[in-house]
Design a protein around this ligand. Structure first.
Ligand code: CTP
Length: 414
């Protein structure tokens, strides 16, 4: 299914979503979901089953969505009295959240005895994707009947978001919680991104490294890891299988990304190198420490009254990017250059010295820890600036650039 991307600064700008609620306590999260989708730029038409209305009122959902809620296929407000056709023809996607066990069973059987299941069945399958956010007790989720129904709706082309794992309203603990509103918003945003890296494997290094001096101290830098994490998210949204090797940072792992945590440059090297050969792309965003103390003190280094720190000897760390770039059958390698001055000059010097096809330059002091950035792409053809934007937007643009270069390299190599 190819879904054109509307031009909007908001990630769901120009999208019209039919949000269907079937019965379940998770309906309380759907109120928040309407707000999240609206804030992301979507218009939201809410449709509720009778069971959903036992948990939350259409009044609440109308107030939040700014549109009358539709609850019946006999809704006389529709001029042609065909709510199921009209709603499903206007929608860019139908999202059922919560999707109860009973509703999944109805979908699996193709039943259509009330408006929500009717419009799911009546939707043009090629144009209007059906997205499901299950919510139910863990025993219901694990029941063979539900397993069968989920397999059937997936085989029929629906997509399933979640469910999550954790405390349940019934007091039990396990799989079956509906994803949080912000998680569902992000799943929807990801769903609409063009799948430019479908079937590709992308490895990313991110964050600073920490070089221990003694059991309580070490040397690190100001890299927050945000750019690398944003690239991991953007690559995953573009359909890639993503592995993120992260130095010490306090950031949530992007959804569906495999994360390997490391501390030191040597650990980053040891984690990346064995994985690198099987990858299509390696993006080295990590601010890897160039040096580490030659010896690690096994006890805390104490003051000795002389007013100076005892002399330390440093040795050079291995260069992760350069080592990956030397592999036979290496992935497409993208380096980063965090500089304080003469960005284009230093980025080009790294392109040559590390023998990689693309280096992305940024000014370290202007970007470390911030949510926005501006990038300079440097390759054999020349330089191209990507204007200041939030790191996720830049990451998506960079992913497009990488996908284009990958495709061009494959054509050239064919
Ligand atoms: N890099 C790496 N391993 C290292 C050092 C750097 O993988 N030991 C990678 C970084 O992740 C980045 C690129 O190489 O993609 C450039 O890193 P940078 O620290 O700017 O360059 P250096 O080679 O360390 O050069 P200098 O410190 O002289 O600027």
């Amino acid at each position: 299914m190819s879904i054109p991307v509307p031009h909007s600064p908001l990630p769901l700008g120009g999208r019209h979503i039919v949000l269907g609620l079937s019965g379940g306590i998770a309906c309380y999260k759907s109120a928040d979901l309407v707000r999240e989708l609206s804030k992301a730029g979507a218009t939201v038409q809410v449709v509720m089953t009778e069971a959903a209305q036992a948990f939350i009122t259409p009044v609440t959902m109308q107030a939040l969505s700014g549109m009358p809620v539709v609850t019946s296929q006999w809704d006389a407000r529709e001029p042609n009295n065909m709510a199921h056709i009209n709603l499903s023809r206007e929608a860019d996607a139908i999202l059922i959240a919560p999707a109860s066990a009973d509703f999944l069973a109805k979908l699996a059987q193709g039943r259509a005895d009330e408006l929500l299941s009717l419009l799911c069945l009546a939707r043009p399958v090629e144009r209007c994707p059906l997205l499901l956010a299950p919510a139910m007790n863990r025993e219901m989720w694990l029941h063979p009947a539900t397993r069968r129904n989920v397999a059937q709706v997936l085989a029929d082309g629906a997509q399933v978001f979640g469910p999550g794992h954790g405390d349940q309203a019934c007091g039990e603990y396990g799989d079956g919680r509906m994803l949080e509103a912000s998680e569902l918003r992000d799943e929807l945003i990801a769903f609409f991104q063009p799948k430019l890296l479908a079937g590709k494997r992308v490895l990313i290094s991110a964050g600073p490294t920490f070089e221990a001096l003694d059991p309580v101290r070490g040397i690190t830098n100001l890299s927050s890891g945000k750019m690398g994490f944003a690239i991991a998210r953007a690559a995953q949204e573009a359909g890639a299988e993503v592995t993120l090797v992260a130095g010490p940072v306090h950031l949530a792992t992007p959804p569906h990304v495999r994360r390997i945590d490391v501390q030191s440059a040597q650990q980053m090297f040891d984690a990346v190198l064995p994985l690198a050969k099987g990858q299509d792309v390696f993006v080295a965003t990590a601010a890897v420490a160039d040096w580490r103390p030659a010896a690690l003190a096994d006890r805390k280094i104490k003051k000795d009254g002389r007013g100076r720190m005892p002399g330390l000897d440093f040795v050079e760390n291995p260069d992760v990017l350069a080592a990956v770039a030397r592999l036979d059958g290496r992935p497409y390698c993208v380096g980063f250059a965090a500089e304080s001055h003469d960005l284009a000059f230093h980025a080009r010097e790294k392109l040559v010295r590390k023998n990689v096809p693309l280096v992305v330059g940024n000014l370290g002091p202007a970007t470390f820890g911030r949510d926005d950035n501006s990038l300079l792409l440097v390759d054999a053809q020349g330089d191209r600036a990507l204007a200041t934007a939030d790191k996720l937007s830049l990451a998506r643009e960079l992913v497009r650039e990488i996908a284009n270069r990958l495709a061009a390299a494959q054509v050239a190599g064919a």
